[in-house]
Design a protein around this ligand. Structure first.
Ligand code: HAM
Length: 425
């Protein structure tokens, strides 16, 4: 038997109803905040992620699905391509490629699969789905304002609330600007020098190349050492500190609870200033339901103009895992099952079904070869509310037998009143 590849999953009904519920709710919320959808390719040049996400990040070092293109055209040959491990770099690439700065502030959202070669476990997959958003534009469009950071966080609280997730924790930090980070990295190097020999091989490498990434270490034995290291928020300059204070002040005003988490640096290199994660207790080890932050230098790192931005990505798989709603509770059952009775009745049943479906009714159809008993069983199995019998006599009389399946009561309903009867439930 051929199975789906390790770390991938098939999403089947009825569970897909939960995914649709989450995505529909997200689209509604994005609309209310005036965000518009962007769709970027599922694979991009490998270089985009190396430069965007960062050469020393776990994502780029260990987790990307990368291949060399075998295209015949000279321009394709040997090009290194990668399945997107995240979507921010792709969105900023598109922003630059299409000169989107002409539009002022771009408020974009996306929903789609991402790929990371991680060790699969509950809440961690090699193909997973993100619902994300990015706010990006020239500084003159207001993109650097702490109001944008706070609005993103408030949007997230609203979205989680709408899907019925209430007991989340917002962890907040500021990772400062490049100048702050240079001073922080120096301090980190000094603090690491006497202890790095006792740390894992990854940390030994990070200590030299990009000390901040030591905070990504998951090795239990290294954690007591990491606890003693200086934290980035001790190195913020006045502007970064004021920005951070302004974000927190708005959050307090709109009553979004948060906890400050000085060791939160996030696993991607592009972050500046605000960084955040929402966690949820029910998820176990993979408890980050979403993450995000500001990336004021990313556009320039990718060869574009200055275009500060902030965004987030929700792990949709994890969001669905933390829902208390059941798939059944968000699935609308069929309003009626139509049972064509006797030869030639498939045609008549198709006409009736077509009429009813115009009224936003969910209609399922049987087959004229079924005996009445089999039709009842089929209607029962799909949980239809009514069964409508379409036989020769009914068509001639323009009135149908409509059976309410739960109570067993049956009535005769004229053809023109059929939709209205079903809509009454
Ligand atoms: P990230 O923290 O790498 O950030 O991923 C965001 C979320 O995606 C995580 O919090 C988690 O819920 C989910 N996620 C990540 N890896 C997996 C996996 N292997 N299986 C299941 N879920 C996963 C980003 O991707 C940034 N692009 C977010 C961002 C947008 N920052 C600014 N704008």
């Amino acid at each position: 038997m051929i199975k789906s590849p390790r770390g991938t999953r098939d999403l089947l009904p009825p569970d897909t109803a939960l995914w649709n519920f989450v995505e529909t709710t997200a689209r509604d919320v994005f609309r209310a905040y005036n965000f518009h959808e962007i769709r970027t390719p599922i694979f991009e040049s490998t270089e985009l992620f190396a430069r965007g996400v960062g050469e020393e990040t776990d994502i780029v070092v260990k987790e990307m699905f990368t291949w060399e293109d075998r295209g015949r055209a000279e321009s394709d040959k040997g090009q290194s391509l990668t399945l997107r491990p995240e979507n921010t770099a792709g969105v900023v690439r598109a922003y630059i490629e299409h000169k989107m700065w002409d539009r002022g502030l771009s408020k974009l959202f996306y929903i789609g699969p991402q790929f990371r070669r991680e060790r699969p476990q509950k809440g961690r997959y090699r193909q997973f789905y993100q619902i994300g958003a990015e706010v990006i534009g020239p500084a003159a469009s207001g993109s650097t304002s702490p109001a944008r950071d706070a609005e993103i966080l408030e949007l997230l609280a609203t979205l989680l609330d709408r899907v019925g997730i209430t007991n989340w924790n917002l962890e907040l930090n500021s990772v400062g600007c490049p100048a702050d980070r240079a001073r922080f990295n120096e301090a980190l190097k000094q603090a690491l020098a006497p202890v790095v020999d006792q740390m894992c091989d990854d940390c030994k490498r990070r200590a030299v190349t990009n000390p901040l990434r030591v905070f990504d270490c998951k090795v239990a034995a290294d954690q007591p050492i990491i606890e003693t290291l200086p934290t980035v928020n001790q190195f913020l300059d006045n502007e970064c500190r004021d920005h951070y204070e302004a974000v927190k002040a708005i959050l307090k005003a709109v009553r979004i609870p948060f906890v400050e988490s000085p060791r939160l640096v996030r696993g991607l290199d592009y972050y500046t200033r605000t960084a955040f994660e929402f966690t949820h207790g029910s998820l176990g080890a993979q408890n980050a339901i979403l993450g995000g932050g500001r990336y004021d230098g990313l556009s320039e790192a990718l060869g574009g103009p200055a275009a500060p931005g902030i965004g987030f990505a929700i792990g949709e798989d994890r969001l669905v895992l933390s829902l208390s709603a059941s798939a059944e509770s968000v699935t609308r059952k069929p309003d009626a099952y139509i049972a064509p009775l006797g030869s030639g009745m498939n045609r008549e049943a198709a006409i009736v079904a077509r009429e009813l479906r115009r009224h936003d009714l969910i209609i399922d159809l049987g087959d004229e070869s079924f005996r009445l008993k089999k039709s009842f069983e089929a209607a029962d199995k799909i949980g239809a509310k009514f069964m409508i019998i379409v036989g020769e006599n009914e068509v001639a009389a323009a009135a149908f037998a409509v059976k309410h399946l739960a109570s067993g009561t049956q009535e005769t309903v004229a053809r023109e009143g059929l939709a209205e009867r079903l809509l009454r439930g």
